[in-house]
Design a protein around this ligand. Structure first.
Ligand code: C5P
Length: 403
């Protein structure tokens, strides 16, 4: 007997939804593709699907019980449990009716609740007659699903039920399985614990004012998303984010450099990798006024005396455990590429990091933008990689280097 070949993504929990069309018989092949590739397959079949293909066949192939009824397994909250556990949901075949239900977000059956309860990638393989596939209602529903990030595989053009020929034939099982597995990135950070700081700190001047910076937290949040998608457990130390923290991360909210330092030190004890993406204040007021500073009491000018903040990153790097990796960021306004690299190299050595991600910032670059362009330097200050693009793809490049 040959052992299954593990996919780069590791062993996945795949929910395979089968809906009521003649192509349901080919779903047996889709289930088999996933099982042979070493994945744990849980089939959710609609009543309609079970008129085309038998439950014993699906259970024998998937090696798990087939789920159909919303009112079975209520004690284990099955209507959401399957979706919550899934790494990937594939619906093959997806009928016009199912596609419409998904577009509307209906939860009238087990497949609907499973999809709504899940944050896993959703891949569907439509199968129907050409007229139904080309109907404006289906076209609009497919566009809605695509806009939500659903991957649509096929349909192929070819022989349909009866004598009809045209677009609407479900793609071949191997094609569906390969397309679905390609959607799930590598799970190469399973078992790793990553601590990420994101956003920008604020240093109080008085109870209503602060010194802050323009960091949105987007790059740090993208790193957290990428690390979660690759299977890491993520703690996100969040300082005034403009964007939502990803579901699945443990979020620790902080405000000042001192809060951030406390949180990073505490959580670094269990982290394999520390990524200091937050823009940390370099100076803070020596004293915070107890009450709001009044213009009348101050006059025409106000001088604030600032002191240096502790360098959190350098401290974490100096105290790191054997094997623990520390990544820093450097946001610089230097326009010249060579000089930017020189500044980065000096900083990488001074801070004692394993990797320094250097990016240029300005009023229109870096902070708050959806994209980023970075050079990555090792601890000696040599350029080891460059990356440009949306912040999520830059995040994946950074994680590639760590892996
Ligand atoms: O020295 P500079 O501020 O350019 O260094 C940037 C890097 O150092 C970032 O990773 C930032 O999170 C970190 N940093 C820090 N503590 C400070 C200032 C910056 O950890 N006080």
């Amino acid at each position: 007997m040959t052992a299954p070949t593990p996919h780069a993504a590791g062993r996945l929990t795949v929910v395979l939804g089968i809906t009521g069309g003649i192509a349901a018989y080919k779903a047996v092949g889709v289930a088999r593709e996933f099982v042979v590739a070493g994945h744990d397959v849980h089939i959710v079949a609609t009543e309609g699907a079970l008129r085309f293909v038998g439950r014993p066949t699906l259970e024998a192939i998937s090696r798990n019980p087939v789920h159909t009824d919303l009112y079975e397994g209520v004690a284990e909250v099955r209507h959401v449990a399957l979706g919550q556990r899934a790494d990937l949901i594939v619906i093959a075949p997806a009928t016009a009716h199912t596609i419409a239900s998904l577009a509307a977000g209906l939860a009238g059956d087990l497949l609907g609740t499973t999809v709504l309860a899940s944050s896993a990638p959703l891949v569907i393989a439509p199968a129907m007659h050409t007229e139904m596939w080309e109907h404006p209602a289906t076209v609009a529903n497919i566009a809605t699903l695509r806009s939500r990030g659903v991957t649509i595989v096929g349909p192929d053009s070819g022989r349909l039920t009866g004598t009809d020929v045209g677009p609407g034939r479900m793609s071949e099982p191997a094609v569906i399985a390969a397309a679905a597995l390609a959607v799930v990135g590598p799970r190469d950070l399973v078992g790793r614990s990553i601590l990420i700081s994101a956003g920008g700190t604020r240093e109080a001047i008085d109870p209503v004012r602060f010194i802050g910076n323009r960091s949105s937290g987007k790059q740090g949040v993208a790193l957290a998303e990428a690390a979660l998608a690759r299977g890491a457990s993520v703690t996100l130390v969040a300082a005034h984010l403009d964007v939502d923290a990803p579901t699945g991360a443990t979020v620790v909210t902080v405000s000042s450099t001192s809060d951030l330092q406390g949180a990073m030190r505490q959580h670094s004890a269990t982290a394999d990798t520390i990524i200091m993406c937050a823009a940390v204040a370099d100076f803070r007021p020596i004293a915070v006024a107890d009450g709001k500073i009044k213009k009348d009491a101050v006059g025409e000018t106000l001088s604030l005396v600032l002191e240096r903040t502790p360098d959190v990153l350098a401290g974490l790097a100096a105290d790191r455990r054997p094997g623990q990796r520390v990544v820093g960021f450097a946001a610089e306004t230097e326009p010249d590429d060579d000089r930017l690299q020189h500044i980065g190299a000096e900083k990488a050595r001074r801070k004692g990091v394993d990797l320094l991600v250097v990016n240029r910032v300005g009023l229109t670059e870096g902070f708050g933008a959806a994209t980023n362009s970075v050079m990555m330097l090792d601890g000696d200050g040599s350029v080891v990689a460059r990356a440009a693009g949306d912040k999520l793809s830059v995040a994946h490049r950074i994680l590639d280097l760590l892996v």
